[in-house]
Ligand binder design. Structure first.
Ligand code: SF4
Ligand code: SF4
Length: 101
């Protein structure tokens, strides 16, 4: 099990979750439009979920039905970031979140 960053983080980012994660396993680079949790290192403490002001983080086993894709997006960011970044931008367009070029 892991915790998962979902849609509400897109275009928001910030560092609240990163600051409280005892495993330092939440990441985002300057070119990213959201943050990602490394499922290989998450110890399921739940601290990030409580810290996120937009409610973007869920336990994997309690994800909203329409957020299932984010399990793969979080995991895959640690493998091949380019494809994940492209998909996040597509999702942003679909939900109407403006992102800078
Ligand atoms: S605190 Fe929430 S909105 Fe901010 S980076 Fe973490 S998941 Fe994204
Ligand atoms: S559940 Fe805990 S260990 Fe996992 S990402 Fe959140 S703060 Fe880090």
């Amino acid at each position: 099990m892991t915790y998962v960053v979902t849609e509400s983080c897109i275009g928001v980012k910030g560092e609240a979750c990163m600051e409280v994660c005892p495993e330092h396993c939440i990441f985002s680079e300057a070119v990213d439009d959201m943050s990602f949790i490394d499922p290989a290192r998450c110890t399921n403490c739940g601290a990030c979920m409580a810290a996120c002001v937009v409610g973007a983080i869920y336990p994997e086993n309690s994800l909203p039905r329409d957020a299932a894709e984010f399990v793969n997006l979080n995991r895959d960011w640690f493998r091949h970031r380019t494809g994940v970044r492209q998909r996040v931008r597509e999702l942003a367009a679909e939900i109407g979140v403006w992102l800078p070029d």
